[in-house]
Write a protein that binds this ligand. Structure first.
Ligand code: HEM
Ligand SMILES: *[C@@H]1O[C@H](CO)[C@@H](O)[C@H](O)[C@H]1NC(C)=O
Ligand SMILES: *[C@@H]1O[C@H](CO)[C@@H](O)[C@H](O)[C@H]1NC(C)=O
Length: 321
């Protein structure tokens, strides 16, 4: 009898710990009861934004990536600079580059109105908008695990060190992803996000003028709109079909037509060559792995339970929390 009640006390303690100390698992049904209209609302606004400008889908996908790689998926990327917030928007990879913030603002306003109060986090909005963007551009769909909460901090220094650079070689990329709890398969699959969107000349100039593992026709073509000097802000599509989520990013790598050093690094006689080949002839394998890795990325250091806050304005920390 005594041992049984001690057992019950233990069970109680473990359950109590599990619900407070440890982070709760995310669930795709998190908003089903509290605001069933939340997800359809996000989808509608993403679809409208993408049909107005196809590139917006790419930009929204990238925002979720840059959120998750800095302090975890906590919407820290959305915070504007103040005396206490060192905005990640000013980090090297984001300044004059990250975009889509107005679409997130629009979603947040509408969702809070439809839900009657701020119950949907900005971090969840980023994750759902990324999925809806992929779908809007012809990619796979998936159920997004939800229940993230928003940070009350941002960290530009961390953004500078933790977001991978387009000049990285394969070992550096593998190491960067490993620090985020992601493996080589995640690296290759998620890099497939570069099937969408555009890049600035400054990020690929070095490669098209002095790269060694680059197709010469491709280099020549890219040099036409990316001069050796100046023209830093000229844009080029990252793969041949920047508004279609397909696997041409990978078939392009086989031809040494990757735009960034970091893209071609995935197919340059290294350990990831095999996977790039597989994705290039098997779009289904790419889709399946991309979805798995997106869910994994979306789980990086999430704030749940009572940690963090639900922001009222994605750009600002609530004054009380
Ligand atoms: C593997 C390491 C990665 C590196 C080094 C990298 C680097 C870059 C760079 C330099 C740009 C162009 C920025 C500009 O010129 O303004 C870019 C764009 C983009 N990245 Fe990545 N990225 C990486 C991983 C990812 C991941 C994991 C995703 C999403 C799953 C992603 C999605 C995108 C998208 C969609 C764009 C185009 C954005 C637009 O057109 O607005 N990237 N990336
Ligand atoms: C930002 O991250 C750096 C590096 O991890 C850390 O030393 C610093 O304390 C962080 N700053 C803030 C405001 O969280
Ligand atoms: C990879 O190996 C092939 C065959 O040996 C060679 O032709 C090619 O130049 C190599 N690529 C790089 C980037 O080293």
């Amino acid at each position: 009898m005594a041992s049984r009640s001690i057992f019950q006390v233990h069970v109680f303690l473990i359950l109590a710990l599990a619900t407070t100390a440890f982070s709760k698992a995310l669930s795709p049904y998190y908003y089903e009861k509290v605001c069933p209209k939340a997800l359809p609302t996000i989808k509608r606004i993403v679809e409208a934004a993408v049909s107005k400008e196809r590139r917006m889908g790419a930009s929204l996908l990238r925002l979720h990536n840059h959120d998750c790689f800095v302090q975890g998926c906590d919407a820290s990327v959305l915070l504007d600079a103040t005396s206490t917030i060192d905005s990640e928007k000013n980090a090297f990879s984001n300044i004059n580059s990250a975009r889509g913030f107005e679409v997130i603002d629009k979603i947040k306003k509408k969702v809070d109105k439809i839900c009657g109060r701020p119950v949907v986090s900005c971090a969840d909005i980023l994750a759902v908008a990324a999925r809806d963007s992929v779908v809007a551009l012809g990619g796979p769909t998936w159920k997004v695990p939800l229940g993230r909460r928003d940070s009350n901090t941002a960290n530009r220094t961390l953004a500078n060190s933790d977001i991978p650079s387009p000049f990285m070689d394969l070992p550096a990329l593998i190491d960067n992803f490993k620090k985020h709890g992601l493996g080589e398969r995640d690296l290759v699959a998620l890099s497939g996000g570069h099937t969408l969107g555009f890049a600035h000349c400054r990020n690929f100039r070095e490669r098209i003028y002095s790269g060694t593992n680059i197709n010469s026709d491709f280099a020549k073509k890219r040099r036409k709109t990316c001069p050796r000097k100046g023209g830093d802000t000229k844009l080029a599509p990252i793969d041949p079909t920047p508004a279609r989520f397909d696997n041409s990013y990978f078939s392009n790598l086989l031809k040494e037509k990757g735009l960034f050093v970091s893209d071609q690094a995935l197919f340059s006689n290294g350990s990831t060559d095999g996977l790039v080949k597989t994705y290039s002839y098997n779009p289904k394998a790419f889709s399946t792995d991309f979805v798995k890795s997106m869910i994994k990325m979306g789980n990086i250091k999430v704030l749940t339970g009572k940690r963090g806050q639900i922001r009222k304005n994605c750009r600002k920390v609530n004054s009380y929390y």
